[in-house]
Write a protein that binds this ligand. Structure first.
Ligand code: CTP
Length: 398
């Protein structure tokens, strides 16, 4: 359910309703009287393909069941934009229009995206309402800092629809199968410096690792994403940490995965690195440099040597990128790196693997199980891997 209140940001609620509908949600919109002055119910009806409700319906023949029905049917009660007035009504439990009455009937999580002028947001009365609502378990998405309709700069802008959807996913996931589980995921291709401007890297885009973080958030996990540099946007709710080299990955993974429920190593980490990193940029006039490589630290091997039940994560998942003898090589790595699950992909395929949207993988387990997953999106692969992690954790708890 999407509540829209009287702020100029109401025009962005149309985009939000459209994006939510496109992603498969059934969006029932309730507009307050003030919202109707900014935007019409017809806009939402056209975008969602469902009736948009206003206070007119409140006084119709079915009013006594309408609010209860809308409130009970909702999986999420999202209000965007949410004005200072609506926040105050929610905080006080007022029920004098269809939206505030439905808020009292709703039994699902509530998420609000405040939108108001900076002075109004910072006012003690509003801050007190925010505190009361947070204490009651209401979730907040924003507000952001930026330019207001009044021309002032400050905190109070509604955050963008794509970000609100990220918050909605996070809140909906809180009851998921991995609720409360601590999961560390690595992503992207590491970089090993040659000099201050040059480095050795690989073709990994980070897409599979970021998709894993998204799927883990959807399932309610507490996610730490250790990422090599990428241009990707991390899912809302992840604790993002940057690591460039194998050494930095090693330090961060060991620091963050101690006692974690699961570690998923989707990052393509360097096997070799320059033995010496030049302090100054290598110049052409000095001739062709001879770069000697040395072995870079293997993060999974270091994790494998940790004490189980003390510092080793309870479930460890590795990835194997292979261009030949896929299953044999992946099975060998599964064993040598002491993994609970290995995700093997054939990087010689053009339609799957590095830097594309899809992947085709084989899942291998220590007891010899092999499951082939045909070509599908990296997000779908991520969901299957997270379901496997959840099953492995369930087994450990039995
Ligand atoms: N990995 C790691 N540290 C490294 C290299 C790889 O922890 N320095 C992890 C990867 O994140 C992945 C798994 O080990 O989960 C397998 O990586 P891959 O590069 O396929 O295998 P390698 O062990 O490096 O073996 P090879 O390069 O010989 O195929």
């Amino acid at each position: 359910m999407l509540g829209v209140t009287g702020s100029i940001a109401a025009y962005k609620a149309a985009d939000l309703a459209s994006k939510l509908t496109q992603s498969g949600a059934h969006v029932d919109v309730i507009l307050t009287g003030a919202a109707e002055r900014f935007i019409s119910p017809l806009t939402f009806q056209s975008l969602t393909g469902r009736k948009a409700f206003t206070d007119k319906e409140l006084w119709g023949g079915e009013s006594h069941i309408l609010h209860v029905g809308l409130g009970h049917a909702a999986d999420l009660f999202l209000v965007a934009p949410c004005t200072a007035n609506t926040l105050a009504k929610f905080a006080q439990g007022q029920a004098n229009d269809l939206l505030s009455i439905t808020a009292l009937a709703a039994q699902c999580p509530v998420l609000v995206a405040p939108a108001m002028d900076v002075g109004m947001y910072e006012h003690l009365a509003t801050q007190e309402n925010v505190r009361v609502l947070k204490e009651r378990g209401v979730h907040f998405a924003g507000p952001a800092e930026g330019r207001m309709a009044s021309g002032l700069l400050g905190l109070g802008r509604m955050i963008e629809p794509a970000e609100i959807i990220g918050h909605a996913r996070r809140v909906l996931g809180l009851q998921g199968k991995l609720a409360g589980k601590k999961i560390v995921i690595t992503a992207g291709g590491s970089r090993e410096a040659i000099d201050p401007v040059r480095f050795i890297t690989n073709r990994s885009s980070g897409k599979q690792g970021y998709a894993l973080a998204e799927a883990a958030i959807d399932a309610g996990a507490d996610v730490t994403l250790i990422s090599a540099p990428t241009a990707l946007t991390p899912p809302i709710g992840t604790n993002l940490l940057w690591a460039e080299s194998a050494e930095e990955m090693l330090d961060l993974v060991l620091a963050k995965s101690t006692g974690a429920d699961a570690l998923i190593m989707a990052a393509a980490i360097a096997d070799f690195r320059p033995e010496k990193v030049a302090g100054k940029k290598l110049k052409k006039r000095d001739g062709i440099p001879q770069i000697t490589l040395e072995v870079a630290p293997d993060v999974l091997l270091a994790v494998a040597s940790q004490k189980p039940d003390v510092s080793r994560p309870r479930v460890v998942v590795g990835f194997a990128a292979e261009s030949r003898d896929l299953v044999a090589n992946a099975a060998e790595k599964l064993k040598s790196k002491n993994l609970d699950l290995m995700v093997a992909n054939d990087i010689s395929a053009k339609d799957a693997g590095f830097d594309v949207e899809n992947n085709r993988v084989i899942l291998l387990t220590p007891d010899g199980e092999r499951e082939k997953l045909s070509l599908r999106s990296k997000f779908e692969i991520a969901e299957i891997i997270m379901a496997r992690v959840s099953l492995l954790l369930d087994k450990l708890e039995k």
